[in-house]
Ligand binder design. Sequence first.
Ligand code: AHG
Ligand code: MN
Ligand code: MN
Length: 335
Amino acid sequence: MQTLAQHLTSQAVNDSLSQLILTLADTSKAISHAVRHGALAGVLGATEQENVQGETQKKLDIITNDMLKDALKADGTVRGLASEEEDHVVEVSQNGQYLVCFDPLDGSSNIDINSLVGTIFSILPATKGPAPAGVLTETSFLQSGRAQLAAGYVLYGPSTMLALTTGQGVQLFTLHPETNEFLLTNAAMSISPDTQEFAINMSNQRFWEAPMQTYIADLLLGKIGPREKSFNMRWIAAMVGDVHRVLSRGGIFTYPTDNKDPKKPYKLRLMYEANPMAFLVEQAGGKASTGYETILDIQPTHIHQRVAVILGSSNEVDACLSYHGIDYSEEPNIE
Ligand code: AHG
Ligand code: MN
Ligand code: MN
């Protein structure tokens, strides 16, 4: 089995990008270790701090953020970073070629129930923005998801897994518990175009827009409804877990627009949740949209910007989009 380093060489990924990906992978091994020790290491529970988005930070949100920040500072290839747990972008190395956006611990509400959590990352080129030379500002980060050079997630589950794309498909690596090496266990993850499984937080149903209300109502009607087939539902409450299931066996995952809090119509963050996952999903043959716009084509306006997300099996995403008045498929699969 190929190691991650051997795989990056075989894909002809350049040395500095390979080094950065290996740094992220090595840090995730340390995070996996911290997560696994749980209560034994006293890392569970919340702090009294809030992040810029008004969410109470868990101890592990801060620990994992610091681990990634320290590793990226030591790496030398990184110009700057943006994190869910950092109010502002962080300047790293003057000569770094890359910008890294990350969610250090996704699904952190799962941590205290010993359920799935993960790390999500996105790597962008450090292009020169309109800021004066030598000054790194948020503007440098505001590139569409199409500009991503690499993206991935690490899932801290029964086994620790890394899903990675450098724009050449999606590869899955499993962390060997004894050798502590990421080994290639799936060379080409592929999302089946059709599915009978959906993932949505049903408790928000009354707050969704009309198209999503109708789409989910039709799924629930099963064989007697317009879709003429039964659907199963899964919800892990960690995007990493739900997207991993979609990459593994197909499905549709959505966190749609809702009016529960009119000031916050979307939940997931574009730069370090939606974009990296959309890159992975497209590279595995699936689709990712907000309902009205392809996620990877969005021009970001803010590093902590939120978007609606509908992603997964291509025909099912098309079916969902057709309820939004958009028909991206030549042959909609709604009979
Ligand atoms: P985070 O823990 O990084 O803040 O992200 C949580 C996100 C995402 O992972 C998941 O899909 C969603 O929040 C879960 O939301 P609900 O609380 O509505 O289940
Ligand atoms: Mn998250
Ligand atoms: Mn998080």
